[in-house]
Design a protein around this ligand. Structure first.
Ligand SMILES: [Zn+2]
Length: 154
């Protein structure tokens, strides 16, 4: 009776290859062999310093020979549909971003100055409190603010 193995990838029970000296874990299927090589490379990369150094050097050499901007330029030249789609998506993002930059003070006309001693207060309607340039004393949608010394009224 020939010894058999159970493939780690596909689970098939196949006769053991007598030429494999170590414990055979995979059958000869193309996908199973690909997975075997990938797992060997991952293991070697994680454990073998010289393998990792060589791998990184090879990648660096490859990258030096193919500058990223050149690759992108070639890719964009040969894929006009990609360029068109990218441009449309970026325009949509720009439009969305412009929409988000609405003024924080919804109604600037409601700004009323009420001097009190040497401190100036104003009642304004506030849309968002984020990035507010005013020192907020109290507020939800509306707030009473006190002008900071570095802000000037006109
Ligand atoms: Zn297999």
């Amino acid at each position: 009776m020939t010894p058999t193995i159970t493939c780690l990838q596909c689970g098939a029970i196949v006769p053991r290859n007598p030429r494999v000296k170590k414990k055979q874990k995979y059958c000869s299927g193309i996908e199973c062999q690909k997975l075997r090589r990938i797992s060997w490379k991952k293991k070697a990369y994680a454990k073998d310093k010289s393998y990792r150094r060589k791998h990184l050097d090879t990648q660096a050499t490859w990258r030096d020979q193919r500058p990223v901007h050149e690759y992108q330029k070639q890719y964009r030249a040969s894929h006009p549909e990609y360029v068109k789609r990218n441009r449309e998506l970026q325009r949509a993002r720009n439009k969305k971003r412009q929409g988000a930059q609405e003024p924080m003070i919804v109604n600037g006309n409601s700004l009323s100055l009420q001097p009190s001693g040497d401190v100036t207060y104003a009642l304004i309607q506030v849309k968002k409190l984020k990035d507010c340039k005013w020192e907020l004393v109290h507020g939800c949608n509306a707030g009473i603010i006190r002008a900071r010394d570095d802000l000037a009224f006109s």
